[in-house]
Design a protein around this ligand. Structure first.
Ligand code: SAH
Length: 397
């Protein structure tokens, strides 16, 4: 399909700035090729060079005439990301990169290699607007959205890294992608969905949408919108407490979209898509890991096509909270199971590489960039007070 409007946009664009080819879906690539006065069939050739051998320059595109390669160099870029820092976990299974964008903002991407899975955890924004109390990225505030091409380039970066060990068996060595790095995927909705489309393209990296998971802080209108999209991507919802007073302290957006509304949207999502949802739950000692909250969570989601991922809190420097004791986690899981709720405890992979959201950024960039002052965060005292009140009212066991 040719988008005429797209053509015009490209012409205007190319006069001013070069087009980052990773920003284009295959349809848009076709419009771009036509806007250069080139035949349609060049689209697939260029697309293959980008996503099969993952070339880093136009010169490598061997089956294109020299004149076209020069034209591409004049009008387009292969917007690559520059490594600022790379760290490896001591167990050798996790690598994390701090990557520099063209405007010198920085983002994190992580590769986890366990068993037969190679999972990339990538960012969708520089920073994040939602200020969850335990999250390192939340301290930065939102700096900007990433473009689709900047999201795609992180995967290209990780995939190249994996191929150092040899060529992949199929079209890609990566098996899974989680959008759980910096930022909120559903707040950068269009570029995130576009990146999914590009990564999923069967002529390109061909990574199944079912192998990708978008994680959301709980943006209700966007969850409802996602339910109507015709893509097979998985959805994870960061719940962290089944009790509004406590969730509002940990995940402040809960004040706008409280649990009842969130659950309505999640039920609609499951009913429309037929897909299982994952609830993420960072286990914080004596804050959200009480038996009362386990029961409340069990009652809230029993019977739903859902799964709970319990993640012992990844300690963030300066954060007042410790991870839950393993005993408390076991008890929590036991209570959930008594409601027939499926729960697993996720290993804290790459904990020694600061693999938690935003932690490498914080370590390299320091705190100076914080837009939201740390003092504006709900303090440990504020959360403890809510918990204490509930104990006083006999609500917390
Ligand atoms: N904004 C999205 C995705 C990015 S965060 C979201 O909120 O879901 C990915 C997951 O990591 C979320 O569940 C988030 O709550 C969790 N997370 C952030 N900091 C963490 C920490 N220090 N320990 C454990 N989980 C954390």
């Amino acid at each position: 399909m040719v988008h005429l409007l797209g053509d015009l946009e490209f012409r205007e664009n190319t006069m001013a700035t070069k087009t980052n080819l990773y920003n284009l879906t295959r349809d848009e690539m076709e419009s771009f090729v036509l806007s250069l006065g080139e035949p349609r069939f060049r689209t697939k050739q260029i697309w293959h060079w980008l996503y099969r051998p993952l070339v880093t320059s136009f010169e490598e595109m061997g089956n294109l005439p020299k004149a076209l390669r020069e034209k591409l160099a004049e009008h387009a870029t292969l917007g690559t990301l520059t490594e600022v820092a790379e760290i490896h976990s001591t167990d050798g299974h996790t690598q994390k990169w701090l990557l520099d964008l063209p405007d010198h903002e920085k983002i994190e991407a992580v590769l986890m290699e366990y068993d037969v899975r190679n999972t990339a955890c990538i960012s969708v924004q520089v920073g994040c607007a939602y200020a969850c109390a335990f999250c390192a990225t939340g301290r930065m505030g939102l700096i900007r959205n990433l473009e689709a091409g900047e999201i795609v380039s992180q995967i290209v970066h990780v995939e190249r890294e994996l191929r150092r060990d040899g060529p992949p068996e199929g079209d890609h060595a990566l098996t899974n992608i989680v959008f759980m790095g910096m930022g909120e995927p559903l707040a950068n909705y269009n570029d995130t969905i576009k990146a999914v489309t590009i990564l999923n393209d069967h002529e390109g990296l061909n990574i199944g949408a079912r192998r990708m998971t978008l994680s959301t802080v709980g943006l209700v209108p966007a969850i409802r919108r996602l339910a109507e999209e015709n893509i097979q991507v998985n959805l994870a919802v960061s719940l962290h407490s089944p009790i509004d007073e406590i969730r509002s302290e940990l995940v402040p957006i809960n004040r706008q979209y409280p649990i009842a509304e969130l659950m309505d949207a999640v039920r609609q999502y499951i009913a429309t898509t037929g897909r299982r949802i994952t609830f993420e739950y960072a286990m914080i000692n004596e804050v959200n890991d009480t038996p009362e909250q386990a029961h409340a969570l069990g009652r809230l989601i029993r019977g739903m096509l859902a799964h709970v991922n319990l993640i012992p809190l990844n300690p963030v420097p300066g954060s007042p909270w410790p991870a839950s004791d393993p005993k408390r986690i076991d008890e929590f899981v036991g209570i959930l199971r008594s409601y027939g709720v499926n729960a697993t405890v996720r290993m804290r992979r790459g904990i020694d590489v600061a693999a938690g959201c935003g932690q490498l950024y914080a370590a390299v960039e320091g705190r100076g960039r914080s837009i939201v002052p740390i003092s504006d965060y709900p303090s440990k005292d504020a959360v403890d007070q809510v918990v204490r009140q509930r104990i006083h009212q006999g609500k917390v066991l």
